[in-house]
Design a protein around this ligand. Structure first.
Ligand code: GLN
Length: 191
C-alpha cells in the first residue's frame, strides 16, 4: 500500500488514532481539513467524535458534496462511530448534515445512558476466529439495513459493523486498540 494516499478527515474527533493505526500498516496519510485537501486521496477514513460537529464543519467547508461524489464513484470509505453516523442515509430524529451514502438507518447514543462506554469481544467472521476487542463510546447502532448491506458484526443483537460495497462502517473504535485487523480489512477492500 506504499503508493496509496489515505485521507483521514481531521475536522474533529479521534483522527490522530486512525492516522497512527494506518501508518503502522505502512500507509501514507493526509489529514483532510479543507476542500483543497481532497484531490488525490485514494481512500477516506471518518473518525469518531461528534457527528453533528463534523457534519456542520463538512457543510461549512463545502466538503460534503465532493466527498459524497467520490464515494459514489467507488472511493473506499471507512467510518467509525460518528463516522458511521455521517455515512448513514437516515439518522433517527435528526436532520443533521451527512454524507448519506450507506443504505441504513442509525440511532445515535443507542446503547443508553447507563452504559456510556463499554468493551465487548465480538465475533467477526471476516477478521478470523479470534474475537475482536470492540470499544464502544456513546455508540450508535443500526436499526434498519438495506438489502445491499452486509452485517459483519452484532453486539447485544444489534448491527454494529456493516459493509456496502466500498463502504465500511463500525459503531466501535478499532483505532483505540492495538488490534489492527479492522484497518487491515479496510485496506484489503481498497485493493
Ligand atoms: N455519540 C456521538 C455522535 O452522535 C458518537 C460518539 C463517538 O463517535 N464516539 O456523534
Amino acid at each position: 500500500m506504499a503508493n496509496v494516499c489515505a485521507g483521514v478527515l481531521a475536522l474533529q474527533g479521534a483522527f490522530r488514532e486512525h492516522a497512527a493505526a494506518l501508518r503502522r500498516l505502512g500507509v501514507k496519510i493526509r489529514e483532510l481539513r479543507a476542500l483543497r485537501d481532497i484531490d488525490g486521496i485514494d481512500l477516506l477514513v471518518i473518525p469518531g467524535g461528534e457527528s453533528t460537529t463534523i457534519g456542520k464543519l463538512l457543510l461549512e467547508g463545502q466538503m460534503l458534496d465532493p466527498l459524497r461524489e467520490r464515494i459514489e464513484m467507488g472511493m473506499p470509505v471507512y467510518g467509525s462511530c460518528a463516522g458511521l453516523i455521517l455515512l448513514c442515509r437516515e439518522i433517527e430524529d435528526s436532520d443533521q448534515p451527512r454524507l448519506g451514502v450507506l443504505d441504513a438507518t442509525v440511532r445515535r447514543n443507542a446503547f443508553g445512558r447507563q452504559v456510556d462506554s463499554f468493551e465487548a469481544a465480538l465475533d467477526i467472521a471476516e477478521l478470523g476466529a479470534k474475537p475482536f476487542p470492540a470499544v464502544f463510546i456513546r455508540a450508535p447502532f443500526l436499526t434498519k439495513i438495506g438489502l445491499g448491506v452486509q452485517v459483519l458484526a452484532k453486539a447485544n443483537g444489534q448491527a454494529v459493523a456493516v459493509r456496502q460495497k466500498n463502504i465500511l462502517a463500525t459503531s466501535f473504535h478499532p483505532e483505540l486498540t492495538a488490534d489492527s485487523r479492522m484497518h487491515r480489512y479496510f485496506l484489503d477492500m481498497c485493493k
